[in-house]
Design a protein around this ligand. Structure first.
Ligand code: ZN
Length: 222
């Protein structure tokens, strides 16, 4: 696990050099006694293994064969590995989720562990906000059920009961008056045609009989 500087240099070269490696900035969360918790470590996934470079400090190396499991959860990379026949564990904290993702996936690939999605632990406050949303949806479902039972009219789009029946004659005459007035004052030769068109459209609509939702504005045929 802890390697000498000379050996580390060789491993770096054999592994294709750090510029070709997959890199993540990490801090040690749990690991060998020789490295303090919280120490910044540059993590490199090379072709020959995993290298951890503590600047001006100890160097870490793990072969892919020694890694038995890799887990990524909550900004942490957990590696279970075997050292001198004994089960061991090292945990790196990687803040950048993109870096964590890349390092994690490449380790799983190199170690032949297969694909596994990163585990996400939602903070407790998030879980609490998800639960009321579910019960709200349930409430809405039950309300709708009751409306159907009562044969109460409601908007098919938003299920609001604030709906407005559009009266045929009133809307028709109002529309004509407004359009007519506008045409007269603007003296627009196209206005008459537009007015007739609008009038026609309105009366067509009215023949079918419409209802308008006062909540979302959706209109539908009766
Ligand atoms: Zn509506």
């Amino acid at each position: 696990m802890i390697v000498e500087k000379g050996e580390f240099k060789e491993l770096k070269q054999d592994g294709g050099g750090i510029f070709k490696a997959i890199h993540a900035s990490s801090t040690l969360e749990y690991g060998p006694n020789e490295v303090k918790t919280g120490t910044p470590i540059n993590l490199y996934i090379m072709t020959n293994g995993i290298l951890g470079d503590v600047i001006l400090g100890k160097k870490i190396y793990m072969s892919f064969e020694s890694v038995k499991e890799a887990t990524a959860i909550d900004g942490k990379l957990i590696l279970d590995f075997i050292e001198n026949g004994i089960d061991n564990q090292i945990v790196f904290r990687i803040k950048n989720s993109n870096e964590l993702n890349k390092v994690y996936n490449s380790i799983r690939q190199y170690c032949n562990l297969g694909y596994k999605e990163i585990e996400i632990n939602y903070p407790t406050e998030n879980i609490e906000s998800i639960i009321p949303q579910k019960s709200k949806r349930q409430e809405e479902k039950e309300r709708l059920k009751q409306l159907k039972k009562d044969h109460a009219p409601y908007c098919p789009k938003c299920h609001s009961i604030s709906i407005h029946y559009i009266e045929k004659r009133k809307r028709l005459s109002m529309g004509r008056t407004i359009v007519g007035g506008a045409v007269g004052s603007l003296v627009n030769p196209l206005g008459t045609a537009a007015g007739a068109m609008m009038g026609g459209l309105t009366s067509n609509k009215m023949k079918k009989g419409k209802v308008k939702c006062l909540n979302c504005g959706h209109t539908w045929k009766l």
